[in-house]
Ligand binder design. Sequence first.
Ligand code: 1QQ
Length: 385
Amino acid sequence: MKRIALTVALGVLASAQAQKVQVPIPIGVALAQTSNTALLGQEQVIGARLAEKFINGRGGINGTPIKLVFQDAAGDENSAINAFQNLITKSAVVGIVGPTLSQQAFAADPIAERAKVPVLGPSNTAKGIPQIGQFIARVSAPVAVVAPNAVKQALKLDPKIKKVAVLYAQNDAFSTSETGTFQETAKAQGLDVVTVQKFQTTDTDFTTQVTSVLNSGADLVIVSGLAADGGNLVKQLRQLGYKGLIIGGNGLNTSNIFPVCQKYCDGVIIAQAYSPAQPSAANQLFVKEYRAQYKKDPPQFAAQAYAGVQVMVDALRAIDRRKKLSQWDLDDLRVELNKQILAGKYNTPLGELRFDKDGEIIQKEFYVAQIKMKDAKNGSFVYLK
Ligand code: 1QQ
C-alpha cells in the first residue's frame, strides 16, 4: 500500500519535472561579448544574429520561429561555465552554439555533456574538442587542417625562407595546439625552427621575445596567440626591426586587430576556413545580407557562427517534420537533436559540411588571406591564390 503511494507520488513528481519545449524555440548562444576575447566574439555575435534574422524571415522551423538566447561567456573558463549553466537550466535551450575559445570549451563543454545538451563549437579549433563528449561537435575546422595552409602560402610568396621563429601563448589551449601544428608543418616543409618563444595572452610587452627572434636570424615568424596580445606582438616585432614575413594564427583572424597593430598589421598572413568568394547559393545569400548591413565582406568568425546556428536549425527542421517540436519533452529533444546534427548534411556559407562520428567537421575548402592596410586604421583581408 505504502509502496504504491510512493510510486504514484514519484510518477507525479517526474511528470511535473518533464519540461516541454518552449516556443519560439530557444537556442543558446554563449560567446565572448565582453573582455579582450570580445575582439573575436563580436564578429560571432553578428553572424549568429544574422542567422536568426534570416531563418525567422523565412518561416523559422517549418513555421515555428527560433529565439537565440545570448549569455556572455566573456574570455575565461568560469564565465563560459556560468553561461552554459544558465542556458541549460534557466533558459531551457535545445542546444548551445559556443563558447568562443577552446580554452573555455575544455571547461564548459563537459557541463553540457553531462546535461545531454548538444553543443556546436563555432570557433574552437584546438585538437581534441569533439572528443570531449558525444554531445560536442564543431563547425570550426581544426588547426591541424587549417594552419598548414598558411606555411605553404608563405613559402610560395618567399621560396627562400629557411629559418622560422615560433611564438605562442602558453596559457591558452588553442595557441598551444596551433603552435604544435605550425612547428610540425615547418619541419615537414624542410624549414629550421630556430627559436620557440612563449608568452601569456595577458602580456603587453614582448621585448624579450622579439629580441630573441631578432637574434635568431629568422626569416619567417609564426604567432599563435589571441587578438590583443597577438596584435601587440606583431606591432612590437615591426617596431623593433623585424622585416620578414609574419604568419598569424586563428586568434589574430579579425579586423579588430587593426586598431592594435595599426599599419604594422600590413602583410600578416592568416589561414582561413571561410571565403566570401565560396560560390554556394547559401554563402552568396549570406554575403549579400552581411554586405547590405555592414558594407564589407563577412569575416570567418561571423560565417562560422552563422553556420553553427544554421546547422542546429536545419537539424531541428528534420526532427520537426517527424514530430512537431512543441510536442517533444525537452530532454528527449536535446538527445534527438544531437543525433540529427551528426546525421545530416548542410549547405552553409562554409560550403557543404557534415560531421564524423565524433562530431568533427568535414569541410572541403580552405584559404589563405593577407592583411592589406590602407592607412593606420583601415585595412582588409586579401585572399591569396
Ligand atoms: C580557439 C580559436 C580561437 C582563436 C577562435 C576565436 O580558434 O580558441 O580554438
